[in-house]
Design a protein around this ligand. Structure first.
Ligand code: PGA
Length: 250
């Protein structure tokens, strides 16, 4: 069933003490009786402590990345089984920073998705066009190809563990947000191509989050669009007041 979700991607921010402080503030400020899901993704080193800290709260914890192999000689990497072992059941894959700075390709991401799903984890799969694509009128093609190459090898039944996050690269960390109309237009397009490939049930059930400079000031309008089911929040997820306002704006 389609869910409303607000997820905070903390990126490479917050040391152990700061992580604990921010989690405590969120536990205090976010009401416990919400329908929407609230997810936070601290850095790897703080994930285990965060998962323990959040265990009896409604706030869920996600990893920002993982390796596609079950284990082995991959210095510096983290496996799905390791995430599972510390209580992490959700992973963000394909973030534009992973694609751009760490050269993650659609094929690699497809392999990571398969491994995560094998472990019955939920995947927040990120994708989105660059500014040059939008200027060239290629944004729909780029998005369709990212989805096709990263996810469309999956069986329909696998989609219950997929959450989509459309994040136009030009709006990430730039202060420039897609207009609510641009977000809705793309989200509707995404749902349509999923409908064409998998049928109406999968298309209607999948949650499609918007990401890119979502702030307390613009969240409610973006979330009011019918195909926008929530947000993946970067900068504004690092301040408990802002993140709480965004959670409550949905
Ligand atoms: P931003 O980041 O909210 O800081 O633009 C969003 C993201 O990268 O997920």
């Amino acid at each position: 069933m389609r869910q409303r979700i607000v997820a905070g991607n903390w990126k490479m921010h917050k040391n152990a003490e700061e992580t604990e402080d921010l989690l405590n503030e969120l536990i205090d400020k976010i009401p416990t009786d919400l329908d929407q899901r609230v997810i936070v993704a601290p850095t790897f080193v703080n994930l285990s402590a965060a998962a323990d800290h959040l265990e009896f709260t409604p706030i869920e914890v996600a990893a920002q990345n993982m390796h596609q192999a079950e284990g082995g000689a991959f210095t510096g990497e983290i496996s799905a089984g390791m995430l599972e072992s510390v209580g992490v059941r959700i992973v963000i894959l394909g973030h534009s920073e992973r694609r751009a700075y760490f050269h993650e390709t659609d094929a690699l991401l497809a392999a990571k998705v398969d491994t995560a799903l094998k472990h019955e984890m939920e995947v927040i799969f990120c994708f989105g066009e660059e500014l040059k694509d939008r200027h060239a009128g290629q944004h729909f093609n780029v998005v369709e190809n990212q989805l096709k190459d990263g996810l469309f090898h999956l069986e329909a039944s696998a989609w219950k563990n997929i959450i989509l996050a459309y994040e136009p690269v030009w709006a990430i960390g730039t202060g420039e947000t897609a207009s609510p109309e641009q977000a809705q237009e793309m989200h509707e397009f995404i749902r349509d191509i999923i409908r064409k490939n998998y049928g109406n049930t999968v298309a209607e059930d999948v949650s499609i989050l918007y990401g890119g400079s979502v702030k307390p000031e613009n969240a409610a309008e973006i979330f009011s669009k019918p195909d926008v089911d929530g947000g993946l929040i970067g900068g504004a997820a690092l301040k408990s007041d802002d993140f709480t306002k965004i959670v409550l704006a949905i």
